[in-house]
Every structure is written in C-alpha cells, then in structure tokens.
Ligand binder design. Structure first.
Ligand code: CA
Length: 452
C-alpha cells in the first residue's frame, strides 16, 4: 500500500535458491571439491555471513539503530545481529525500479483487477466475513465493498500476502535504494518496534518486496498507526486475522478523511466541453465546486450540492499503452510537460519543441500528438526500416497513434482518500470499480440464495 506495488502481490515467487552455485556434471573430477565448496557457500549463506550488512557502513541504518538503543527498545548488539542476518535481495531492488502503474493506461490497468475470478472471490470473502464487514461499515462508515475491494487488490483476499522476509526487504531498500533510503529506514525502525510490541519473530514476518504486510498490505508505520484489534482477542494481527484487517482498513480510511455516505466519483464521460477538458489534472485534491463545473457546462449530477468540491480527472481508457517507439508519435496526457516527454523519449527538449513548433512557454494540450525526432528511440520509422517488414507507413501511423478513448470523471474527496492507500489515481479508480462489481456480485449471489 501507499507504494506503487499492488501488482506484485499477484506474482509472489522469490526463488530462494537462485544464489546457489550450480554444479557442472561434466566436470566429474572436480565434483567432490565442488560439493565441498557448495556446502561452504551454503553455510555462509544460511548464516548470513556471505554478504552481511554492517550497520556502521550505512548512515541511515546507524541513525535508527542509535535511536532504538537510546529509546531502550533494543541493545546495539541485538540490532547489529539483526541487520547482519538480513539478506540483500536484488529482485526487490529491481521491482522497486519498475512500479506497475507507470507502464499502464487506465484501460489496461483496470483489466488486471476487473476479472471475474477476483469479483467472485470478493463476493465469497464478503459472505465469509459478513458480520465483521457489517460491523466495520456501522462503526466507521466505510462501505463493506470498499474494504473487500482493497483486500482483493492488495492480497487477493489473503492468498498473496508476500513472500519476502520483511526484514530482508527493508534492509535491502535502506542499503541499496538511495532515492528512498531514508523513508525505508523509518519503516525499518517502525518494523523493529512493531515486532517487539506484538511479540512477532522478526524472521517469520513475511511481506511484499516493499515490506507491506498481511491481508491489507500495511507497511510498518501504517500498521502501528492504524491497525486495530477488531476481533478483540488482544492481538492486532493483520497477517492471520481477516477480522483485524477489515477493521484496520476501515480505520485507515476514516483517519485519512473518509466521509460516511459521501460519493466517490461520477460515472465516466467520454466527452465533456472543452472548458472542462482544460481543468483535468492528476492532482490528488478536490479543486472546483460543483457550481463552477456546471457553469462551464460540466455534466455534474444535480444531486451534487452547489458548494460540493470536486475535481476533474481524465483517464485513458485505451488498453494499448501509448507506444511512441512504434508510432513515432506521442499522445500528450494530462499533467505531461514537454521536457518530461522529451526525457522519457531520449531526445532533447529543444528538438522536440522545434519539431512540433511549440512556443517558448512549452504549451501543449492533452491529447495532442507530438512528432518525435528521427533520432529518438523510434528509428524503426527511419532509414533502417525502409526495406523491412516493420516499415511504418502513414496509414499505420494513423492507426497506432489514433485518438485515445477519453474518460472524464468528477471525483469527490472520498476518491482521494483511496489514494492515501496508494497514491496512483489508477489504483483508486480500479479499487472503486472493483468494489462496485463485488457489491453487484454479492447482491446477485444473495438473491439467488434467497430464492432457493
Ligand atoms: Ca485480533
């Protein structure tokens, strides 16, 4: 949660043995020696000595170790040992560099979640936990379907709660992911306190590659701030108790501003007046009033009071990802700037502006198709492609670069509360759509049972 990691939960396989040396059977003479070497490497690997992390070598680690010692929660020796036992996971670092959302259009992203098996499993989870969900809805005002959808997206109803040792993930990220090292050091500190508070065994707590845990995939700081013992058995356990997960998600939403009985967002519109198109943005706040939007011709439902605050969100419902490498064209999305586009396509900002006759203010508009210089990654449309079957002719350009399928929404504040869970608006919209589909399926299943 909160991080761009929701996709990972569906592919939880960390091949533990990939670091083992492989024996070549052809080298029969050396085999005894090889086995001996392997055993030594295995022993070193198991004991953590193979690539032991030293606290002193990493300022961010040092800082939290000092704090935890000063706060009397651990001794220095304990922490040095814990950190040395952690194994640096290269795969974790790779995964962090490739957040799923950055590669998807809304149309493609939503398809990942809106699958019949997930919807049916959601309705089933709802039946199994009907009482807890009802109680959470009553106490917190968060609809049952929203809680079920979150659990469905985060861990597929508890089936994929993560296959990494959280301690390994967090130490790896502190040590080898400089951009967010300080953030993960904070999470590591929370995690180390969390295991003490809850009598967990450090080595046994599993989670996602970013250290998110249990049914709701809470990171350690969220676990400590928002998790509740909803089953009232004295243990706050998000990993083994769906009831605690249900109450904790509801509490998280409320603490982040969820308003009981308030809407999330309008249905999508495929076209809206140009004045509304201009207001579309990816900011995670409500910016306009319903009255303003209506005045500009926005189709805001009459049920929404004039003073209600809304935003305008544009999403690309196309299932094809904008693929400039193939088309030689880039379709501008809400929030893009010329220089960001240029950087993403490995061309100079100036060249891109000159080619598309963009003025010095860099004014571009959503949906505009920018030509990319021939020396961009798009050389297929250039010389080398002339005699190949990949040659891109003007007809194909028109097809591949065809206008995107627009969808405009008027999100309310509750929509942006979902983005407090994971900051992608695609995530929030996917959760919302899934929640509606699960609610429908739950009602359908109930009416079938009721008529038996
Ligand atoms: Ca409990």
């Amino acid at each position: 949660m909160r991080l761009d990691n929701s996709i990972q939960a569906t592919s939880p396989n960390e091949p533990f043995l990939t670091k083992m040396p492989s024996l070549n059977p052809a080298k029969a003479l050396g085999i005894v020696k090889s086995i001996a070497t392997s055993l030594l490497v295995l022993l070193a690997f198991v004991s953590g000595a193979a690539n032991a992390v030293s606290v002193d070598a990493h300022p961010n680690l040092q800082k939290i170790v000092d704090e935890l010692v000063a706060e009397g929660i651990y001794t220095k020796a304990e922490l040095v040992d814990v950190v040395a036992q952690a194994t640096i996971q290269e795969k974790i670092l790779d995964a962090m560099k490739n957040p799923a959302e950055s590669k998807f259009t809304w149309g493609k992203y939503r398809k990942l979640f809106m699958k019949s098996d997930r919807i049916e499993a959601g309705a089933q989870f709802w039946r199994e936990h009907e009482q807890d969900l009802f109680r959470a809805e009553q106490e917190y005002g968060v609809p049952a379907e929203m809680i079920v959808a979150i659990i469905g997206v985060e861990s597929k109803f508890g089936r994929y709660k993560g296959s990494h040792k959280v301690i390994d993930s967090l130490v790896s990220l502190v040590v080898d992911f400089p951009r967010r090292s300080a953030f993960f050091a904070g999470e590591l500190k929370h995690f180390l306190v969390l295991v003490k508070e809850n009598d967990f065994l450090i080595d046994e707590v599993m989670g996602s590659y970013a250290g998110a845990m249990g049914y709701p995939q809470f990171i350690a700081s969220s676990y400590r701030h928002y998790a509740v013992d909803f089953s009232a058995d004295g243990v706050t356990d998000l990993i083994n108790q769906p009831s605690d997960a249900i109450g904790s998600i509801a509490n998280y939403f409320v603490e982040n501003g969820w308003k009981r009985d308030e809407p999330v967002t309008s249905e999508g519109f495929s076209s809206v007046p140009a004045a509304i198109v201009d207001l579309a943005n990816r900011k995670r706040v409500v910016k306009y009033t319903a009255q303003e939007l209506r005045r500009l011709g926005g189709p805001v439902s009459e049920l929404v009071p004039d003073e209600e605050k809304l935003n305008v969100l544009w999403l690309n419902a196309e299932e094809e990802v904008n693929n400039p490498q193939r088309s030689g064209l880039y379709t501008v999305r809400a929030g893009d700037t010329v220089c960001e586009i240029a950087e993403s396509q490995n061309v100079s900002c100036r060249a891109l502006m000159a080619l598309n006759k963009i003025d010095s203010h860099g004014k571009i508009y959503r949906g505009q198709q920018l030509k990319l210089p021939a020396d961009a990654k798009t050389s297929r449309s250039g010389k080398e492609a002339d005699n190949s079957k990949w040659k891109v002719n003007s007809k194909q350009l028109a097809r591949v670069g065809s206008p995107t399928i627009d969808q405009y929404f008027f999100p309310h504040e509750n929509f942006y509360v979902i983005t407090r869970y994971n900051q992608s608006v695609l995530y929030a919209m996917a959760v919302f759509e899934l929640s509606k589909a699960i609610r429908d399926e739950h009602q359908r299943a109930q009416s079938v049972t009721g008529s038996d």
